[in-house]
Design a protein around this ligand. Structure first.
Ligand SMILES: O=C[C@H](O)COP(=O)(O)O
Length: 328
């Protein structure tokens, strides 16, 4: 009697679709592939980021359009131990109607909450088109068994999450157990069903730009719909150079496989100036086709408030009272 092959019924990964299945066949082949990616020149990366120019150059109608675009790209986030259903409902209200004094202000892309808050968020955004994203897989550390991380994912999806933001096992990645990280992502992707999967690399813990490039490819080969920089819970979160590196990885992955993956910088993005700078990065690295919620998001808890203040300043010539635009 032949034994069932557990891999046989697994959905093919992008690695298979791109003819790269051999790469993910063993730890050794995956390591050779990831370590064979071109080395990152840190000085060159920082110089390319700086060469993109200043967000200050974006003015007038272009600035107004960029602010509205930035709002449409936000995953409006609350990820606190002290989150309550009332806070999540208030966040959802803000997501649906960011500026009650000006209904022309666009909705955000999604609200992002812990799994136990998904049902509340789902109900509060019903019928609006705002998505519900949920962190899962023992966010932010990821330090739990695969069974627990998969249960966390399924619970969020069953409660109504449209999108799952998982964290990779940085301990496994940093000790070179790439196949384990790959297989974890494949399993979580499967547990997502129809929900989109964002894979958080936690770049502030990956130590080198080369590791960021490797982790980006690893996540994309395993089926990430998005690669995301950070949890927002460590000392170093999204930075422009790391985000540019990930945008370039996405560009190269599309060239190699024909598959488009989105990018989500997250953590510490608080001002309109920050947001416009990231939009310039995307515009330059990937083109405006990526400036859509299907392919680019900001993970941010407090960016919306500043965008709305700047928006009101452009519209009315004065800053609104902070009560009008506060997110919390
Ligand atoms: O995924 C989103 C981040 O947790 C948000 O970080 P932030 O609070 O620094 O904006």
């Amino acid at each position: 009697m032949s034994m069932p092959d557990p891999a046989a019924d697994a959905a093919p990964t992008p690695a298979h679709a791109a003819g790269l299945a051999d790469v993910t066949a063993s730890d050794g082949s995956l390591r050779r592939f990831l370590h064979g990616l071109p080395a990152v020149d840190p000085a060159g990366l920082v110089a390319r980021t700086a060469a993109l120019g200043s967000a200050r150059a974006v003015k007038g109608p272009a600035k107004a359009a960029a602010i509205d675009l930035a709002i449409r790209l936000i995953d409006l986030t609350t990820l606190e131990g002290a989150d309550t259903p009332a806070k999540v409902r208030a966040l959802a209200t803000k997501a649906r109607l960011p500026d009650p004094t000006d209904r022309s202000a666009p909705q955000v892309a999604a609200v992002c909450v812990y799994p136990d808050m998904v049902a509340t968020a789902r109900e509060a955004v019903a019928g609006s088109g705002v998505h519900v994203a949920s962190v899962a897989t023992a966010f932010p550390s990821g330090r739990a068994s695969l069974a627990v991380r998969l249960a966390d994912t399924r619970e969020a999806v069953e409660a109504g999450a449209d999108e799952i933001d998982m964290v990779i096992d940085r301990g496994a990645f940093l000790s070179g157990r790439y196949l384990k990280v790959f297989q974890d992502i494949v399993e979580v992707k499967r547990a997502c069903g129809d929900a989109h999967l964002k894979v958080i690399l936690e770049t502030g813990e990956l130590a080198t730009y080369d590791n960021v490039r490797r982790a980006s490819w690893l996540a994309m080969l395993a089926g990430a719909d998005f690669i995301k920089t950070s949890t927002g819970k460590v000392g170093v979160n999204a930075t422009p150079p790391v985000t540019l590196l990930m945008l370039e990885a996405v560009r190269d992955f599309e060239a190699a496989t024909g598959i488009r993956v989105g990018v989500k910088p997250a953590g510490g993005i608080r001002t309109t100036k920050d947001a416009l700078r990231y939009l310039l990065l995307v515009h330059t690295a990937l083109g405006d086709a990526w400036l859509t919620p299907e392919l680019f998001r900001f993970g941010a808890s407090s960016l919306l408030g500043d965008l709305l203040m700047q928006r009101q300043k452009l519209t009315t010539g004065r800053y609104a009272g902070s009560d009008d635009v506060t997110v919390d």
